[in-house]
Design a protein around this ligand. Sequence first.
Ligand code: 6PG
Length: 228
Amino acid sequence: MIPSNWTLLEDGEAVALEARDRILNAANTAIRERGCFRIVMAGGTTPEQTYNLLVPEDSKWDKWELYLGDERCLPADHPDRNSVMVERTLSSRVPIPQQQIHPIEAELGPEQAASRYSEIVTNAMPFDLVLLGMGEDGHTASLFPGHSHPEEKLACAVHDAPKPPPERVSLTTRALVNSRNILFLITGEAKRNAVSAWLDGASLPVTEIAREGKHEVLIDQAALTCPK
Ligand code: 6PG
């Protein structure tokens, strides 16, 4: 059995379509109730299809505020930057005002960028929705197993990340769970071991967030070993 807040879908495309719908619903609710939609975007490759699917949709884009859950310490225009992926797939294609797009200035280096981003997100919480992926080792954002993170901070410097590049900036658990909802997008066979560990109660960055934050999981068949 999978937890009741997990939704098992056939494949990555079905996950992306469902994620699009849930993001749009969250946006409509937030804008109706509070006049803006504060969303933390996931990095990596899994969410790209979802971001592409959002582009044709009719949303009040001028009410969206985009944040990032983590960033790689690379030049601001580097193709491997999460900010560049979000811009390529979504924010360059919909009319979100530039001043409402908040990249992590990871090109400044992990410590300075983390300090500056902590200030930026201080006034943005609680977020309306935090999108997160999960790595094969159970990491999420740039919170990696075996790494310690200063929980009093909202954003932290990451060194020696096992997933290149080694230097990153990440929102901490404290910031990531300060959200009205968290949506994990997990697809592909490579995530099976981490999913199994999660379901078996392992202590991982992803499970720490799941334990502390209101969350939902969209997962495809390939990522789920035979259902428990
Ligand atoms: C990053 C991401 C990272 C990602 C997972 C899953 O900077 O790489 O923030 O946390 O979400 O590693 O990556 P994929 O979606 O590419 O499998």
